[in-house]
Write a protein that binds this ligand. Structure first.
Ligand code: GLA
Length: 661
């Protein structure tokens, strides 16, 4: 068990970033010390990619350089988040253990030269990873600088090698028990795929046309279990020597093939990295989406933003710069939703190597720069927020997330490729964010009764247990919005027969979907309430539900598009197409009104983000961020932690953290 929380050890919220001093020399380290003090850095992530320096040859460790940096950081008042370097095995390792290199689905075995080039199922890799984690913990487990352990970095590499094939078979035997059950689950009666011995079963390597969907889904589940086991091994090796909290940094929403609900249960504190994929307001919405997911993964407990970029927006084939002021807005955006601080990748921008052009807290231009001035401003702001460490948020709306449903929408042979799982989740969240409502994410089999409103945007796969849970939720008084293509398959990817979705949910919704009709990429379909649908439509019958809008043309003219069913003491709503933004916003507003859920702070103009963190003793802090184009007057003046004074107006782009009396 861990002794003290991270914020107890730091004496406040965390501020800092990945620190790679091995890229620099003595004069720069001296400047780092001074600049860290200036920027109020109190936590540095050290050693993430340092394996080659820490273990220059197999079994021979060199900790002297790290000793010096940890001691220096400690003397400078900076605590350490010490990473295990296992995301980047050194060249000697891969040359000695070529069987531990990643194999792609097409059989290509990769070579070293980048990072993340390893196989988690290769015994040599797993042993080497646990060994160095244990060696680091034995040396630094009670170092006074140590505040947190950071296992690995963004576990994301999948591998299709022979070690993986063997491990996959072991996992399949445990899951299915017999080949007969596996054959039935995977539907191998078709396309002559029937297996007669376990040795015939392979990972979904490159093949002609569609993979077997059951094989593809089981491989995703298997790989998630592999990652979790690899994490646990390192964590346990660390815990043998250290009582400090242990985490691994997650990357949301879909970069890692992991059941994040399951992995989060193993973490002492959930930590996540976040790089927006759109500039401006899109980035702010992305921050909120990621932060609400990160908090929800830990069951609402405070979490930690492990990485963000000072000026990094991934936009397809280019990396865009952030807007002036975004460093503070994004930092506060995460803290507003439960993060216990804000860290960046990385402290000092590299002058050479693979990430030379990745933004950093100290840019190539040096400290006399807009970026470093904004970093310092953010550091000062975070230092003023120490009193809210440990406080949490409450949400009245949940958006459902199930990794099985995500993976189910990734298999071959679906009617359209336009059912993008994470885009659907982000859109549901964005619409609620626009409405000023705080959102949790929940698994469809979780206890949901504390949420007056639940939104299910993309549950193509729905297990029997989850379908029953949603039926009960509605029957017991909840308001549920289920969106198109939901509950089409069970947890083996077998189609639901007799009409979609799964029977218990059909009962709650009072409908039966008879036919799916994907739309062409540019096609729009008009509903009787004037809204437009895209991507998908369905022919459905009501079985007790009332029709709120119908389709107006084509074969579906007159048939229900949006329905509501009063069931038990709740309501089940069904939307059978993807609505345009205005229509979706109006529908969500109507549902919020039905469920009696108001915005976090009524009366704010659009574009002003508001959240509330609450301490168990009743203290509350309201975060306000003005993303709009006009200054905003506050309903009453209040004490702002950021300025230490009283504020009554929020300028364009401005932020405030108001302590309530
Ligand atoms: C990830 C990694 C970092 C860095 C950033 C770049 O989050 O953890 O090492 O490569 O991406 O955005």
């Amino acid at each position: 068990m861990t002794s003290r929380s991270l914020t107890d050890r730091l004496g406040g919220l965390a501020f800092g970033g990945d620190y790679n001093p091995e890229q620099w020399d003595e004069p720069v380290w001296k400047e780092d010390d001074e600049l860290m003090r200036r920027a109020r850095v109190n936590l540095a992530t050290v050693g993430v990619f340092s394996w080659a320096l820490l273990e220059p040859e197999e079994g021979r460790y060199d900790f002297t350089w790290l000793d010096a940096h940890l001691d220096r950081l400690h003397a400078n008042g900076v605590a350490v988040d010490l990473a295990t370097p296992t995301a980047s095995p050194p060249p000697w390792f891969t040359l000695a253990h070529p069987d531990a290199l990643t194999v792609r689905p097409d059989g290509t075995r990769l070579v070293h030269g980048s990072r993340d080039t390893y196989c988690l199922t290769a015994p040599a890799y797993r042993n080497a990873a646990s060994r160095i984690a244990g060696a680091l913990a034995a040396r630094y487990g009670d170092h006074p600088a140590l505040a947190l352990w950071h296992v690995h970095n963004e576990y994301a590499t999948l591998c299709y090698c022979d070690h993986t094939a063997a491990a996959f078979r072991v996992w399949l035997r445990a899951r299915h028990g017999s080949l007969d059950v596996l054959n039935e689950a995977w539907g191998t009666a078709f396309w002559s795929q029937h297996y007669t011995s376990w040795e015939q079963v392979l990972p979904p390597r490159a093949t002609n046309w569609h993979h077997n969907p059951g094989q593809a889904l089981d491989f995703r589940r298997f790989w998630s279990d592999v990652v979790i086991a690899a994490y646990r091994e390192q964590r346990d090796a660390i815990r043998a020597h250290s009582d400090r909290p242990v985490t691994t940094n997650l990357m949301l929403p879909g970069y890692q093939n992991i059941d994040l609900w399951a992995l989060a249960r193993e973490l002492d504190v959930v930590s996540c990295d976040q790089y927006p994929s759109a500039p401006g307001l899109g980035a702010a919405a992305d921050v909120a989406f990621h932060a609400d997911r990160a908090r929800s993964l830990g069951g609402g407990r405070p979490w930690l933003l492990m990485e963000q970029g000072t000026s990094t927006v991934y936009d397809g084939d280019r990396v865009l710069a952030k807007d002036p002021g975004d460093i503070l807005r994004h930092t506060l955006g995460h803290i507003a939703r439960g993060s216990e601080g804000a860290l960046f990748f990385q402290w000092r921008q590299s002058r050479a190597g693979a990430e030379t052009w990745h933004s950093a807290m100290v840019p190539h231009a040096g400290p006399d720069s807009r970026i470093f001035r904004e970093v310092t401003q953010a550091g000062v702001a975070v230092a003023r927020l120490g009193e809210l460490a440990g406080s949490t948020l409450g949400a009245q709306v949940a958006v459902l997330h199930d990794p099985d449903a995500w993976w189910a929408l990734g298999v071959d042979g679906l009617p359209t490729t336009d059912l993008d799982y994470h885009a659907a989740l982000a859109r549901a969240h964005h619409t609620l964010w626009d409405a000023g409502v705080t959102v949790d994410f929940a698994h469809p089999a979780h206890e949901l009764s504390r949420y007056p409103l639940v939104v299910a945007p993309a549950l193509f796969l729905l297990s029997d247990a989850a379908a029953e849970n949603l039926r009960r939720y509605v029957s017991d008084g909840g308001t549920l919005l289920v969106q198109h293509a939901c509950g089409y398959v069970d947890d083996r990817l077998h189609a639901r027969l007799g009409g979609y979705p799964a029977a218990p949910l059909r009962e709650a919704l009072g409908i039966r979907v008879e036919e799916y009709r994907p739309l062409r990429r540019t096609e729009q379909i008009t509903l009787s309430d004037g809204t437009q649908g895209t991507a998908w439509s369905e022919s459905l019958r009501t079985e007790g539900a009332e029709t709120l809008a119908t389709y107006t043309h084509g074969m579906l003219a007159g048939s229900p598009a949006l329905t509501r069913h009063r069931f038990g003491t709740g309501q089940g709503w069904y939307l059978s197409t993807r609505l345009d933004d205005a229509g979706h916003g109006a529908l969500v507003a109507r549902l919020l009104a039905e469920a009696r859920v108001g915005p976090e702070m009524p009366g704010l103009p659009p574009g002003v983000e508001a959240t509330t963190r609450r301490a168990p003793d009743g203290r509350r802090w309201r975060f306000l961020i003005n993303h709009g184009t006009e200054p905003v007057s506050l309903p009453e003046s209040a004490h702002d932690l950021l300025t230490g004074g009283t504020v009554s107006e929020l300028p364009v782009g401005g932020c405030a953290v108001l302590r309530s009396a």
